[in-house]
Write a protein that binds this ligand. Structure first.
Ligand SMILES: O=C(CO)COP(=O)(O)O
Ligand SMILES: O=C[C@H](O)COP(=O)(O)O
Ligand SMILES: [Zn+2]
Ligand SMILES: [Zn+2]
Length: 339
């Protein structure tokens, strides 16, 4: 088992929908965080999803280079090689692509993937997100329709955002307003434009108060039951039970109950970044503080190479992040679920 194929990714998503569980989708930005996420999935005996944001791709290309396509391809290539060693299937995804990044990031990736398919090779990523939250709904769906067509040529699944996820994502900050909560009308409009799979499979991030980042309890009002209302209205209109394959953004800091309710309404992918970032950094801070006079050359001493070797603290970081991935798999019900 290794990086998902088109078929095995579809099987993962179908199994999650039928089985009432969801996969964590973990943001990765470096070879070390790719390893950490996959290690976590392996420890949980769970298949999973890793994803690159435009900022993550820029960083991975080299912080002075900032080429999101190069960095995304580099992370995918690294993941493809190392994932072979872990007994789980990992899907590769790209996260929020706003309109301003379509031409420099998502469309070039989709074109490269279509070429790869046309020449008989497999896809590179398994799915990509178009984030139309900063344009009017009609334009969001129009662009989604175009990208869904491109996704078919690339053999990838498209994720869309209906409503607005709050907080920040690569410089895009959303104001807290009623768009944080999607409506049944939004759901019906989406299916009227994009169909029920016959134009290509898509995942939908319907918003229910989601916010990127982690906040003190009470600051974020998640209303996951909204997802049930949207699924029911669409089911009644189009005659298909739970027609949406839903995505939960801003997974960090959510309670087990909020997660369970969202999953019960058809969430099959939950994005986690802030909590896994913290889980990666926390053990490094601990290591540096405990080994202060080893990682530093204090008072003319020579420090201790064994403590400042980046592998010494890197593996602690990876273990910390992996443990948070295991927790996510347990909360989402994907632990022990492998295709
Ligand atoms: O939604 C996310 C990535 O798209 C992650 O959100 P958090 O950082 O709140 O976990
Ligand atoms: O969009 C939210 C994800 O956490 C990605 O974050 P980023 O844009 O800072 O890389
Ligand atoms: Zn968004
Ligand atoms: Zn998000």
């Amino acid at each position: 088992m290794a990086i998902a194929t088109t078929e095995s990714y579809a099987a993962m998503l179908d199994a999650a929908k039928a089985g009432g569980y969801a996969f964590p989708a973990i943001n990765i930005t470096s070879s070390s965080s790719v390893t950490a996420a996959i290690q976590g999935f392996a420890e949980a005996e769970s298949d999973g999803i890793i994803q690159v944001s435009v900022g993550g791709g820029q960083y991975a290309s080299g912080s002075t280079i900032k080429d999101a396509v190069v960095g995304s391809l580099a992370l995918a290539a690294y993941a493809r090689v190392v994932a072979e060693k872990y007994g789980v299937t990992i899907a590769l995804h790209t996260d929020h692509c706003h309109k301003v990044y379509l031409d420099e990031w998502l469309k070039p990736l989709l074109k490269l993937e279509a070429e790869s398919i046309a020449s008989g090779k497999g896809p590179i990523f398994n799915s990509h997100m178009w984030d139309g939250s900063s344009v009017p709904m009609d334009e969001n769906l129009l662009i989604a329709e175009e990208l869904l067509e491109m996704s078919q040529a690339a053999d990838t699944i498209l994720e869309i955002e209906i409503g607005v996820v709050g907080g920040e994502e690569d410089g895009h900050s959303a104001e807290v307003n009623d768009k944080l909560y999607s409506t049944p009308e939004d759901g019906i409009k989406t299916i009227e434009k994009l169909g029920l799979g016959e134009k290509g499979r898509y995942l939908t991030a319907m918003t229910f108060g989601n916010v990127h980042g982690a906040y003190k309890p009470g600051a974020v009002k998640l209303r996951p039951e909204i997802l049930g209302d949207i699924q029911s209205a669409a089911a009644e209109k189009f005659g298909k039970d739970k027609p949406f394959d839903l995505v939960f953004h801003g997974g960090s800091g959510s309670t087990a109950e909020e997660i369970a309710t969202a999953v019960s309404h058809g969430v099959i992918k939950m994005n986690i970044d802030t909590d896994t970032q913290y889980a990666y950094t926390r053990p490094v801070v601990d290591h540096m503080m405990k080994n202060y006079d080893g990682v530093l050359k204090v008072d003319g001493e020579w420090g201790n190479k064994k403590t400042y070797d980046p592998r010494a603290w890197g593996k602690l970081a990876e273990a910390g992040m992996a443990a948070r991935v295991v927790e996510a798999c347990q909360q989402l019900g994907s632990a022990g679920k492998k295709i």
